[in-house]
Design a protein around this ligand. Sequence first.
Ligand code: ATP
Ligand code: MG
Length: 138
Amino acid sequence: MGNITFTMIKPEAVEAGYTGAILSRIESEGFRIVAMKKVHLTPERAGNFYAIHKERPFYNELVEYMSGGPIIAAILEKDNAVADFRLLIGATNPAEAEEGTIRAEFAESLSKNAVHGSDSDENAIIEADFHFSHAERF
Ligand code: ATP
Ligand code: MG
């Protein structure tokens, strides 16, 4: 396996029916889907996933949101996967996201911003391992 990143399509984007359109963007930008599943995170699992933000004022809101409905979790492979995927999704706040990015097109707000993307190679591996066994990767 080459360079990987980890993504989630967040609950409000799944609920809005954007899963197919977002996955189509991802594949057409040259990312290969290594693993994928739809899962409803418990508050505990969502809290553990975002534990790095535990001290932030928006942590409780974030955990409630991410456990509020099913998400699509996926491992993506491409050269320079982490940086290229952050470019494809755009800024955290969709109001600041470049035109043509996934968040500019599909995000609702700063907190409900449609997709997650890993911020480093190290975290991509941690996040992929959080959601997928090695037998689930192809
Ligand atoms: P992600 O980690 O989901 O890819 P990100 O790396 O662009 O997003 P982070 O700073 O890691 O941004 O924040 C994690 C998530 O927490 C954001 O995607 C957003 O859903 C939420 N969030 C971030 N900042 C705020 C804020 N100021 N108010 C409310 N929610 C926020
Ligand atoms: Mg982040």
